[in-house]
Design a protein around this ligand. Structure first.
Ligand SMILES: Nc1nc2c(ncn2[C@@H]2O[C@H](COP(=O)(O)OP(=O)(O)OP(=O)(O)O)[C@@H](O)[C@H]2O)c(=O)[nH]1
Ligand SMILES: [Mg+2]
Length: 465
């Protein structure tokens, strides 16, 4: 019998499954709104609102069209979808009422449900119940929030992969292997006086090494995961008139920023988003940087440009190929390198290049922002400088800081175990280190957790999910 059947029966007996209700569609008026009910009184509440049929005696996974009524008052003509626990999203008896999208109608239906004993669901409570009822582990539940927040192909792909349990599958494999060794070592402890060794230390060392490798790979994948989830910030920096705003406009394919031949046109920063190969890049056009411009507002803008330059994931240093000197580029280069700033040199206005100015830096990308030349190439250069394409192809990518923190703890515990094996430490020490690693693994998937932690995780969800 699957775990969730047991859980479902237990909740029924203990009355933990009080009935929750929420509007699952976004607030406001739309064509259709969906109201979701889950918990032990779902069907009795549903039947009392839907007098034309006895909901409880209908088959699971069926749709019913009819008038929703609060006593004699007609509320709306709706479609009611019915899912009997445990074969539902939450694992409990659930109905979803699709009504017309008036906020007034939605409100009346909610009130009618509450008057019959349901209570308003907290943020994420439907998914929290799905987790508590064993329908999914914690990483899968978190991926539900990720798919709702997905705004690019890459974040959608990563979230769907984790909803299907891709990441938890890798973790549970590690967990099982560790548990089987830990059992053998604990068995040795039972025979302590006889000095036996059930767990082959060499095999164990190889296993720990392999798990450590996988854990460290997952940790490393966070750089990419973070990029997938939060995007990359790109500051466009340079002297006045270099063509920064022209570049922003051509990248966006829209006349977003004012362009003019007057040096010092851009004062404040302008931020816009573009999508390159499924990843979001936040472009930041800044005020041109020059020694004291004599203009207070422009000086403020320059200060701001320097701040954006330091906090960006990558800087596009754009210069006019007709006026830039090699000396200045060298100065820029060493300033970026000193501050550990990732940068790309972009030589602009190559359409009117007159002299054959030679720059010693090999890595200059020549463009004409005005004529849209070299722009596609620049996009690919920005992409490959910030997105690790090797990791991109791999399956399990960490996008969640909670998972990252636990994985780092696991990596530390595995180092301790490896070190212990090197020093031939006793079985009881090894066994306690393995238990620490297992604890951290269990924390990611939610096998080890507590109410506060769960409340914190699910409070970041939408109401109705
Ligand atoms: N010929 C040519 N002119 C360009 C090119 N890119 C920009 N310009 C011109 O250079 C001038 C300055 O362009 P902007 O994009 O406003 O320069 P900016 O770097 O944003 O300048 P500030 O905002 O003052 O710091 C404008 O007259 C543009 O038309 C280019 O690729 N070729
Ligand atoms: Mg500008």
């Amino acid at each position: 019998m699957p775990f969730y059947y047991l859980r479902f029966m237990m909740n029924k007996l203990t009355g933990w499954d009080d009935t929750i209700v929420a509007v699952a569609t976004p607030p406001g008026t739309g064509a259709i709104a969906v109201i979701r009910l889950s918990g032990k009184d779902t069907f009795s509440i549903g039947s009392s609102l839907f007098p034309s049929k006895n909901i409880a005696s209908q088959l699971s996974h069926t749709l019913h069209v009819g008038m929703l009524k609060d006593e004699e008052k007609e509320l709306d003509e709706v479609v009611l979808a019915l899912f009997k626990g445990p074969k539902s999203f939450t694992g409990e008896d659930t109905i979803e009422i699709s009504c017309h999208g008036s906020t007034f109608v939605q409100q009346q239906i909610l009130e009618a449900c509450i008057a019959r004993g349901a209570r308003l669901a907290r943020a994420g409570e439907f998914t929290q119940r799905a987790f508590l009822n064993g329908k999914m582990d914690l990483t899968q539940a978190e991926a539900v929030a990720d798919i709702i927040a997905a705004n690019t192909e890459a974040s959608q792909k990563a979230a769907l992969h984790n909803i299907r349990g891709g990441f938890s599958h890798e973790l549970s494999n590690m967990r099982e292997q560790l548990i089987s060794f830990s059992a053998l070592i604990e068995l040795e402890l039972d025979f302590a006086t006889e000095d036996v060794e059930f767990a082959d230390r060499e095999k164990f060392y190889a296993l720990i090494k392999q798990i450590h490798f996988s854990v460290n790979r997952l940790i490393a994948s966070f750089t990419l995961g973070n990029v997938i989830k939060n995007g990359v910030s790109v500051a466009i920096i340079g002297k006045p008139n270099a063509g920064k705003s022209t570049l922003l406009n051509v990248l966006l394919n829209e006349e977003r920023a004012i362009v003019s031949a007057i040096a010092g046109t851009t004062r404040d920063t302008i931020e816009e988003i573009i999508n390159i190969n499924g990843i979001l890049f936040r472009l930041i056009d800044t005020a041109g940087i020059r020694e004291d411009s004599g203009d207070v507002i422009e000086n403020f803008g320059i200060e701001k440009s320097l701040g954006k330059m330091r906090s960006a994931d990558i800087v596009l240093y754009i210069f006019d190929v007709n006026t830039e000197t090699d000396d200045n580029l060298k100065t820029q280069q060493s300033a970026f390198e000193k501050e550990n700033i990732k940068y790309i040199f972009v030589g602009n206005k190559s359409d009117i290049k007159q002299s054959e100015q030679k720059y010693l830096s090999n890595d200059i990308l020549y463009i004409s922002a005005k004529n849209n030349e070299g722009i596609d190439e620049l996009k690919q250069v920005i992409f490959s400088a910030t997105v690790n394409a090797n990791n991109y192809a791999e399956n399990n990518i960490i996008t969640n800081t909670r998972h990252l923190a636990s994985l780092k703890n696991i990596s530390n515990s595995l180092s301790v175990i490896k070190d212990g094996l090197d020093r031939n430490v006793s079985g009881d020490l090894l066994s306690s280190d393995i238990r620490t690693a297992l604890y951290d693994l269990g924390e990611i998937t939610g096998e080890v957790t507590n109410e506060d932690k769960l409340d914190f995780i699910f409070s970041k969800f939408c109401i109705g999910k």
